[in-house]
Design a protein around this ligand. Structure first.
Ligand code: PLP
Length: 397
């Protein structure tokens, strides 16, 4: 029997294959330095754990509304709006099992087959997968490397817009580059969205994972709140990746559709987890503050470790927990043409696992440089130092 043809269009997160290779190597008795996956090895704050236990004991174990419990919708509306300088109400919020489902549901809500959707590449690979799986045309835009950091390629976006462009996916505080927009860039982007009447998905997965500076949000610009859906998640801020709690926040007409999609898919997001977050989201910030403090220390160690390698030079990103160094010189030194060969060999020679540019969307035509991506969220600072010292010896040899 044959499976559906449309499956040919379905992508995946190939980074999970790197996890598989790392786990297989560890199973052979090697100590692996896991820089590959954006998971967090810091415990969820104790007040949240206790609130979840209590919610289970109190009997919040049945179904709840597909849109989320009203108290949590109101809390998220208030928190997300306040932190972006706009006003949302509960009806603008659809609670989700994580941030990721917002991507496919947003696309289902705004895109018809054949429509074009702009998305960041390198970027989170699920954008490309969902656009194509749902019958759209995935149109990539890239980032420009400058002084060891990355900037949004606004000109590429401008050039790629056609009469068929329906939506733009935008991930400020970006995975994997750590790029963050200036106000001017964001204004230019908003101008394009308004001029071409585009829907926008603002993937705010790392909006609160900033080490300095005031945040900028595209919904804060004139005319944007009406056309933007925010992807919100508790995964990173509260070190809750496995709990699965997030939300879509946007215009009521889109949120109503997303709620209907919830009913068709998971029915509702886990009831007691929602209950636990009603107090935690607006409450005590010491847990999230501590998580950021730990991550900042790791970032500094990782940036120093990478910059100590001959041929690598990066800036410390002010957000996310990813580093995306250019390793073109390392490949040249080793006479390699494929960055994934470097990844495979590094695991065996150094026990260090990482992803490469190839895990973040199909490479664009004409790309000249090779990149690897290191996440420092799942590895302690001593292991960061040790792992990068091992990488240095291998990369320089
Ligand atoms: N968006 C980006 C850019 C991400 O990097 C991730 C996770 O790594 C997500 C969305 C989804 O995260 P979650 O589903 O855990 O909220």
């Amino acid at each position: 029997m044959r499976l559906a043809r449309q499956l040919e269009k379905l992508g995946t997160e190939t980074a999970f294959a790197v996890s598989g290779a790392a786990a297989a190597w560890a199973a052979k008795g090697h100590k692996v330095y896991p820089f590959h996956l954006g998971d967090i090895n810091i415990p969820t704050p104790a007040n949240i754990v206790e609130a979840a236990y209590k919610a289970i004991r109190d009997g919040y174990t049945g179904y709840c509304p597909a849109a989320g419990i009203p108290e949590l919708r109101a809390v998220i509306a208030d928190d997300v709006g306040r932190k972006r300088g706009v006003t949302y109400s509960a009806e603008n919020v659809s609670v989700q099992p994580g941030g990721k489902p917002v991507i496919g549901k947003f696309i289902a809500a705004v895109m018809d087959p054949g429509d074009e959707v702009l998305y960041p590449n390198p970027g989170y690979p699920i954008y490309e997968s969902q656009i194509e799986y749902q019958g759209g045309v995935a149109v990539p835009y890239g980032y420009v490397e400058k002084d060891g950091g990355f900037e949004l390629d606004i000109d590429a976006i401008r050039r790629s817009i056609t009469p068929r462009t329906k939506a733009l996916i935008y991930n400020n505080y970006q995975n994997p580059t750590g790029a963050q927009s200036t106000r001017q860039e964001m204004e230019e982007l908003a101008e394009l969205a308004l001029k071409h009447d585009l829907w926008v998905l603002s993937d705010d997965a790392y909006y609160e994972m900033r080490y300095s500076g005031e945040p900028l949000s595209i919904v804060n610009l004139p005319g944007m709140q009406e056309r933007t859906v925010i992807l919100y998640t508790c995964s990173k801020r509260f070190a809750m990746t496995g709990w699965r709690l997030g939300a879509a926040i946007g215009p009521k007409e889109v949120i109503d559709v997303i709620n209907k999609l919830n009913t068709n898919a998971e029915s509702c997001t886990t009831h007691f987890i929602q209950r636990a977050m009603v107090e935690a989201i607006p409450g005590d910030t010491s847990g999230p503050d501590q998580i950021l403090q730990i991550l900042r220390e790791r970032r500094d160690a990782a940036v120093a470790g990478l910059n100590a390698i001959d041929g690598i030079s990066i800036q410390a990103p002010e957000s996310t927990f990813y580093l995306f160094p250019n390793v073109t010189k390392i490949l040249e030194r080793k006479g390699m043409s494929d960055v994934n060969q470097l990844m495979d060999e590094a695991l065996v020679r150094t026990n260090v696992s990482f992803c490469t540019r190839k895990h973040f969307g199909r490479p664009l035509p004409g790309e000249k440089h090779a990149y690897i991506r290191l996440a420092y969220s799942g590895i302690d600072v001593d292991d960061i130092r040790e792992g990068l010292q091992r990488l240095k010896e291998y990369f320089e040899s």
